[in-house]
Design a binder for this molecule. Structure first.
Ligand SMILES: Cc1ncc(COP(=O)(O)O)c(C=O)c1O
Length: 307
């Protein structure tokens, strides 16, 4: 009897490169002794910081065989991670399924649909917490159809920042960074970057929180009232600062005038946090991240600039 050996074709997948974003000196907020730097995270596939986590989550899932051409990546996202997934998967011809709060901006929904993502719209009142519940239910009802990426609990999320963002910041500041400041969404940026920076040197970690649960900072979570991400490590921050969200629009306007950058609300909030840290020290190099640009927030742009 002859045994038929079935040759399973090896899929060779190649994803676009992520990371290596510029580190910008924010001159209008810096002095000779205290400098504020920001990573221009929009300079990646999909236009946001989430390219890093999405790339790591997808690569790990493909390597382990959990994501392949016969199922679909499923996750909850307020938009940026979803766009990153859809952008990275497009060259492979694969389409993610995204649970997205229905009040996500029209431009986000349009970008996602044009990238081929399948959208499951969830309650506008429950934000990404509600979208996570729907994603879990969708997966439980049909586990063979999906790979549930679960960015809030997937270690590949923070590991992406541990392996890339932190190393880039350390090299770009020549090891001179004294403080790292970041808001918390899935918490991947803060946890991964912070963990590695603590190993590399004596770096103070400052996490930021919005001032109330119904804040305008898309991408951020108000942890006291929201579902706590599985990857969050509450022992990591040396300090937590609360950001006055009424000052965010003024910061966006100021950075547009002085730096010629159109930053998003969460980026402006990060800079407000960095400025608060700067007011408390005599010298140092404070680093934060600018997750994406104002292009993704047309309503906010209109409110600030009138067009
Ligand atoms: C605009 C924006 N800012 C900040 C964050 C927070 O990043 P992280 O999820 O790594 O905590 C996100 C996350 O989606 C975001 O979309």
């Amino acid at each position: 009897m002859t045994t038929q050996i079935q040759h399973i074709p090896r899929i060779s997948v190649s994803l676009p490169q992520v990371g290596n974003t510029p580190l910008l000196l924010i001159r209008s907020l810096s002095t000779d002794k205290v400098r504020i730097w920001a990573k221009a995270e929009w300079e990646q596939p999909g236009g946001s910081v989430k390219a890093r986590a999405a790339h790591a989550i997808i690569s790990k899932a493909i390597r382990s065989g959990k994501l392949h051409s016969r199922n679909s990546l499923l996750d909850a996202s307020s938009g940026n991670t979803a766009i990153a997934y859809a952008t990275l998967l497009k060259p492979l011809g694969w389409k993610p399924t995204i649970c997205l709060p229905s009040n996500a901006s029209a431009e986000r929904k349009n970008i996602l649909r044009s990238l081929g993502a399948e959208l499951i719209l969830t309650s506008p009142l429950e934000g990404t917490d509600g979208a996570q519940i729907v994603a879990k239910e969708t997966y439980a009802a049909n586990p063979d159809k999906y790979f549930y990426a679960d960015q809030y609990s997937n270690d590949a999320n923070w590991q992406a920042h541990y392996l890339t963002t932190a190393e880039e910041i350390w090299a770009q500041t020549k090891g001179n960074i004294t403080h790292f400041v970041a808001g918390l969404g899935t918490t991947g940026t803060f946890v991964g970057t912070g963990r590695r920076l603590k190993e590399l040197g004596n770096v103070q970690l400052i996490s930021l929180q919005p001032d109330h649960p119904f804040h305008p900072l898309e991408g951020w979570k108000h942890l006291a009232t929201a579902h706590r991400p599985g990857i969050y490590d509450d022992t990591l921050a040396d300090k937590t600062l609360v950001i006055d969200s009424t000052r965010v629009f003024d910061m966006i306007r100021s950075i547009s005038i002085h730096e010629r950058l159109f930053i998003s609300p969460s980026g402006a909030a990060n800079l407000l946090g960095a400025l608060e840290v700067a007011s408390q020290i005599k010298e140092g190099d404070i680093v934060t991240t600018l997750a994406d640009t104002l292009d993704r927030y047309q309503e906010v742009r209109k409110e600030i600039f009138g067009k």
